[in-house]
Write a protein that binds this ligand. Structure first.
Ligand SMILES: [Zn+2]
Length: 72
């Protein structure tokens, strides 16, 4: 059922926390993927963050662009 498979190898190589959170002035929270540097989404509160982050999938092209030395 679960089609989402977190790229754990990449995650552990970069950071323990794959998403960084930025709180906005209006109280919403942006979740930014630290692997592909894309904003995964904006949550109305912290309880929405796991869902947003779970549904995010890194674009492999972006990951390769930011990490040119890996996998070659
Ligand atoms: Zn990503």
């Amino acid at each position: 059922m679960l089609r989402y498979q977190p790229p754990k190898r990449v995650c552990c190589m970069v950071l323990n926390e794959p998403f960084c959170h930025r709180r906005n002035n209006d109280g919403t929270i942006d979740s930014i993927c630290t692997r592909c540097f894309v904003t995964a989404g904006t949550a109305q509160n912290e309880s929405e963050l796991p869902e947003i982050e779970h549904s995010h999938t890194c674009d492999p092209d972006w990951v390769l662009r930011w990490q040119p030395a890996s996998g070659q």
